[in-house]
Each structure stands twice: as structure tokens, then as C-alpha cells.
Ligand binder design. Structure first.
Ligand SMILES: Cc1cc2nc3c(=O)[nH]c(=O)nc-3n(C[C@H](O)[C@H](O)[C@H](O)COP(=O)(O)OP(=O)(O)OC[C@H]3O[C@@H](n4cnc5c(N)ncnc54)[C@H](O)[C@@H]3O)c2cc1C
Length: 442
């Protein structure tokens, strides 16, 4: 019997499984789809996510698939310079989500079980029973990372309040039979408005369109090549011709978040816990950060040495971060509306974001490097995580009794670092208290 079941082999579920395995647990990932999806919703990794992947040695497998390094993020198309970010990676990586997921999946000890859609969940004081493809699986805990339409969320009746979609957009990967003059062949940040056309590899292009026609069409209706052609002609003129429509889907600006990320022995992460308009490249990154925040806490809980409240600090730390992203993406969605009054607000916001302090604060927020949690002093960029999921104590003697939970390293600057890379002590009194608070009693 595995220690933990994970529903969903998207990037969030895979990284959660990787973190749990790294800490020595047995994990089984149950995935609905028969094969890994070659399609990618997300095309960008923010700096904090790059840091996390690099720290775990996962970036090397992603690098060959990188289309671009963009030295900026954007707020509703307003460029936000990243070049002075306090990070070894002061840029977004343009890379398709499928490559990120594949790089993580390749490192899992237990292969993902596919064609295994979770369709029933029951829990009691000892564990969780999950049914998938007619088979029952039992474990102590379940991580629900089964995406924006989470079946686990529905099965548990978990409250998911927020706002419904008001605008409808189409994402499509396609080839072009004819290219308009002046269509850029390199990656650019999206400009104002919600549409763009971006070159991928192998002659594919990614189009996002949100014209008047999309607002009229039923959300369940399939996207046709004709619909995409009309939208692209309207944006780029008659010189553009769609060749083959490879994949297309509709999405919207619904913004919802679980009231509670923990329901007994079930913990929600990624899109299963929060959905919003995918503007500014935030969703995938939120999910990856959920996974690394949750992994070590759940591992400590399973091992029986989690201090009181550690597992619940997952909700306490991560819920506010996603709540802020919902606010930010709703604001960005509004600023993208083609309306003269909105344009006046946009001009003001544009001006404000040119103020260096405001631009730096926005860069820290969008990139994820500014995220910190109560009781921590931000992330430790110069202290690599321990490969076995322990914390790290640098530059101070470690009492022997902690050594199964904390790795000791020499170094000039004393610091105690949680397994997810956040600093909780920086010298002086309080080391023993910090060890107890984050790593439990011994
Ligand atoms: C058009 C578009 C562009 C985007 N661009 C960006 C971007 O540039 N940057 C960014 O950060 N984010 C972006 N996002 C958001 C990002 O793609 C998502 O936030 C991200 O995929 C969330 O990952 P996840 O693992 O939580 O969920 P998902 O990627 O949705 O994975 C969920 C997995 O669960 C599986 N599953 C579903 N139901 C079940 C079940 N019952 N049992 C078992 N498995 C199940 C699914 O098959 C899937 O594999 C974009 C989204 C869209 C729609």
C-alpha cells in the first residue's frame, strides 16, 4: 500500500509525487489519460519555478526544449522588467508545459498509472480509499491535483466559490499555410489585449484569440479551423492562412478558489485548488509552488514527526498566495478589455508601473521570487535543497538528534532552511526553537 495517492499527472501532481518520493515515501499517481498529453496549455516558467526545478536537478532535461529567455514578465501586456531580480534566473523561460511535466515524470520511482480516472473517494480516520478504472486503491493520504475540473473536488463537495467566466477565449496550435509579412519569428511578450500568435517548434504556432465571435459561441462547441482563420484574419489581415489545426480548446476568465485546501486526509493543489484567467503566466507556477510547499509537510506527517500545525500551514501559506493571483489576474483581464474607458485606466496603470519601486514590487510578485511566508525570511537562493528532502542547517552546530531531519553543512552565513528552500533562522538565539517549530520534537 502506498503512503500517498496522487490524483492527476499534470505538473502539480507530478512534482508533489516527486517531492514525496524524494523524502522516501511510496507514492502512486493515478492519471485519467492513457498517454501523456503532447499539448501544452502553459508556455512559460517564472523565475521562482525555474529556481525550484534547477535546485532539484530537473532543469537540465527541460533546457533542450526552451524556445526563449524573456527578460521580463508582463501585467496585462504591460512589460515588467526582470533583469534586476535577485535570482540566478532573472527571466521567464519560454517552454511548453508538456516538457516540464515529462522532465518531472522521468524522475519518479513508481511509474504513473494511466487510464485510471479517479471516480470515487472515501476516507476515514486511518486513510483514504480511491476508486479508479474499477480498482480500489488505499493509502494514508490523497493529494488531489486533478486540474481545474477536479473530480475529487466534486466528489467531496468542496466549496469552490468565486466568479464565473464572462469572456471566452480560444487557444489553438496550428500550422500556417501563408504567413503575413512582419509576423515575428521570435518570442515576444503579449501586447495589450488578450490575443497573440507565437511560433512554437516544428513549424507550429500558438494562437490565442478572443474576438466578438468567440463571445457568441457556446463554450462546449468544438473550435473549427474556420473560426480561428476569421479571428487571425481580423488581427493580421488577409495575408494569413491557417494550414492545419492541430489542437484547440476554449477557456475563460472564471476565478475560483477552494475555501479549504485540506479536507481531512485529502489535500488539494494546483488548478484543482484555484482557477483564474491564464494571463501573466501564473497558473503552472502556482501549482508547482503548491507542490513543493506541501510535499515535505505531508512527508513529515506520514513519518509521524510533523510538529503540530505543520500540515495545516500548507493551507495557511498557500491560500493567500493564490488569492492574490486571482485578484491580479482579474485586474489584468479587465485591463485587456478593448474599451476607451478601460484604456484610460490602463494608461494610468502603465505610468504607475514605470515607477521603479512599483515595477520592482510587481516583478517580485509575478516572478514568484517575492513570495515569503509568515515566520520565514524568504527563500535561500544559495543553499541547495538536500536531495533526500531533509532541511539544511548551514554554519552552526546541529544537535545530533536532529540529523535524520536536517542535513548539516559548513558555511560562513548561518541559516536554517526548510526542505522547500525557505529560511527560518539566520543566526543568534532561537535555533532550537526553529528546529522544534519546523521539524518537530525529537
Ligand atoms: C491557454 C492557457 C495558457 C496558459 N498559459 C500559462 C502560462 O504561460 N504559465 C503558467 O504558469 N500557466 C499557464 N496556464 C495555466 C496552466 O496551464 C495550469 O495552471 C496548469 O496546467 C496547472 O497544472 P495542474 O497540474 O494543477 O493541472 P493540469 O495541468 O490540468 O493537470 C491535471 C491532470 O489531472 C488529470 N485528471 C483530470 N481528472 C482526473 C481524474 N478524475 N483522475 C485522475 N486524473 C485526472 C488530467 O488528465 C491532467 O493530466 C495556461 C492555461 C491555459 C488554459
Amino acid at each position: 500500500m502506498p503512503d500517498v495517492l496522487v490524483a492527476g499527472a499534470g505538473p502539480t501532481g507530478l512534482l508533489a509525487a516527486y517531492e514525496l518520493e524524494r523524502a522516501g515515501l511510496d507514492v502512486l499517481v493515478l492519471e485519467r489519460d492513457r498517454c501523456p498529453s503532447p499539448q501544452s496549455k502553459a508556455l512559460a516558467l517564472q523565475p521562482r519555478s525555474i529556481e525550484v526545478l534547477a535546485d532539484r536537478g530537473l532543469l537540465d532535461a527541460i533546457e533542450p526544449h526552451v524556445h526563449a529567455r524573456l527578460p521580463a514578465g508582463h501585467f496585462s501586456g504591460i512589460p515588467i522588467d526582470y533583469t534586476d531580480l535577485p535570482s540566478p534566473f532573472p527571466y521567464q523561460l519560454g517552454v511548453e508545459q508538456a516538457h516540464v511535466a515529462a522532465a518531472i515524470e522521468a524522475q519518479l520511482r513508481t511509474p504513473v498509472q494511466r487510464a485510471a480516472a479517479v471516480d470515487a473517494v472515501a476516507q476515514n480516520a486511518d486513510g483514504v480509499t480511491v476508486t479508479a478504472a474499477g480498482r480500489e486503491h488505499r493509502a494514508g493520504w490523497l493529494v488531489a491535483a486533478d486540474g481545474g475540473h477536479s473530480a475529487v473536488r466534486s466528489l467531496l463537495g468542496a466549496a469552490f466559490p468565486g466568479t464565473s467566466a464572462r469572456i471566452s477565449l480560444v487557444v489553438a496550435d496550428l500550422t500556417l499555410a501563408a504567413k503575413p509579412l512582419g509576423l515575428a519569428d521570435d518570442w515576444q511578450l503579449p501586447s495589450a489585449g488578450s490575443g497573440f500568435l507565437l511560433p512554437l517548434s516544428d513549424g507550429r504556432y500558438r494562437a490565442v484569440v478572443a474576438g466578438a465571435e468567440q463571445q457568441e459561441i457556446d463554450r462546449a462547441a468544438p473550435v473549427t479551423a474556420g473560426e480561428v482563420q476569421r479571428a487571425l484574419t481580423s488581427a493580421h489581415g488577409p495575408g494569413i492562412e491557417v494550414g492545419e489545426l492541430l489542437w484547440a480548446s476554449r477557456f475563460g476568465d472564471a476565478a475560483r478558489q477552494l475555501v479549504r485546501y485540506r479536507h481531512g486526509r485529502v489535500l488539494f493543489a494546483g488548478d484543482a485548488a484555484h482557477i483564474h484567467l491564464p494571463v501573466g503566466g501564473q497558473g503552472l507556477n502556482l501549482g508547482l509552488q503548491d507542490a513543493v510547499n506541501l510535499g515535505w509537510k505531508l512527508a513529515a506527517q506520514v513519518r509521524g514527526h510533523a510538529p503540530a500545525g505543520l500540515l495545516d500551514s500548507y493551507h495557511a501559506e498557500r491560500h493567500p498566495v493564490a488569492a492574490r493571483v486571482l485578484v491580479s489576474t482579474r485586474a489584468q483581464g479587465l485591463l485587456g478589455i478593448p474599451d476607451p474607458d478601460v484604456a484610460t485606466v490602463r494608461a494610468i496603470v502603465d505610468g504607475l508601473l514605470a515607477v521603479p519601486e512599483a515595477r520592482r514590487a510587481m516583478a517580485a510578485e509575478l516572478s514568484g521570487v517575492g513570495i515569503s511566508y509568515p515566520g520565514t525570511c524568504g527563500r535561500a537562493v544559495d543553499v541547495p535543497v538536500a536531495p533526500d528532502g531533509r532541511g539544511v542547517l548551514v554554519g552552526a552546530p546541529l544537535p545530533e538528534r536532529w540529523s535524520d531531519r536536517v542535513e548539516h553543512r559548513p558555511g560562513p552565513a548561518p541559516q536554517l532552511v526548510r526542505p522547500d528552500g525557505y529560511v527560518v533562522w539566520t543566526g543568534g538565539p532561537g535555533l532550537e526553537a526553529a528546529l522544534h517549530r519546523w521539524f518537530g520534537n525529537v
